[in-house]
Design a protein around this ligand. Structure first.
Ligand code: SF4
Length: 238
């Protein structure tokens, strides 16, 4: 047993509409201010040692839900400071006050996914902005260089290897520490179709490249997902 789990907070309805994603889209419900305490209670009851907290994008909230993310970290850390908390956050529309809230939360890893190559954003990530996401990761490091930053992508959406290397170089330019890549699988017949099944050798080459350009830890394989073996990134960093 790994004593790890991932929680999705701030509801299950997203205000964006990425073509590859099956999270419900529409008008989200209001904030549940008790949610941080309830997540912490679940963490305690389950005896977890490493927790990933994520959410759908909440563009309807002035801070994108950053305060709830931060409060959830604080409630978990009240149980024990030894519990590691990784946040996987949306882009908060680049709102620096919102980003500050999660930076100052006491989390151990702060992740934001680029998801795919810049060239594919207009087709699969309408509402997102590649540069805004990079700027978010850059700003986190400017505010606190001690926080480990992480970003994950999916392969098989129609990107080229060169575009992925460019993305990885961009991530290193903003001092991103941890990198993960996995095979995209279409979650339903209504979502973006898989363009290519990437062979394991290509994943191996991408992981090798990640270490060559300075990522502290990387996992690249068909079955890898954002929070896959999340706890092992810290323990395996070089
Ligand atoms: S922003 Fe995230 S949760 Fe929302 S549709 Fe895109 S990938 Fe899915």
């Amino acid at each position: 047993m790994r004593d790890t789990a991932t929680f999705m907070i701030l509801g299950n309805i997203c205000t964006r509409n990425c073509a590859f994603c099956s999270v419900n889209k529409g008008k989200p419900l209001g904030i549940d201010s008790d949610e941080p305490k309830r997540v912490a209670t679940a963490v305690k009851d389950m005896g977890l040692k490493y927790v990933v907290i994520t959410s759908p994008t909440r563009d309807d909230l002035s801070d994108g839900g950053a305060a709830i993310f931060a409060e959830t970290v604080r409630e978990i850390k009240k149980i024990s400071d030894n519990i590691k908390v990784e946040l996987l956050v949306p882009d908060f529309q680049g709102n620096k006050e919102a980003i500050d809230k999660v930076v100052l939360s006491g989390c151990d890893v702060l992740g934001h996914n680029l998801e795919t190559a810049a060239a594919l954003y207009p087709f699969v990530r309408k509402g997102a902005d590649y540069d805004r996401s990079l700027n978010l990761l850059n700003y986190i490091k400017e505010r606190d260089s001690g926080i480990l930053t992480k970003s994950s992508i999916m392969l098989g959406l129609g990107e080229t290897v060169e575009e992925i290397q460019l993305l990885m170089n961009d991530l290193r330019t903003v001092k991103c520490d941890l990198f993960a890549a996995g095979q995209y699988l279409s979650p339903s017949i209504y979502t973006y179709k898989v363009k290519e099944y990437i062979v394991p050798e290509t994943f191996d080459a991408i992981e090798k490249y990640a270490y060559e350009i300075g990522f502290l830890a990387s996992k690249c394989a068909p079955y890898v997902r954002s929070s896959y073996l999340a706890d092992s990134f810290i323990s395996s960093k070089k």
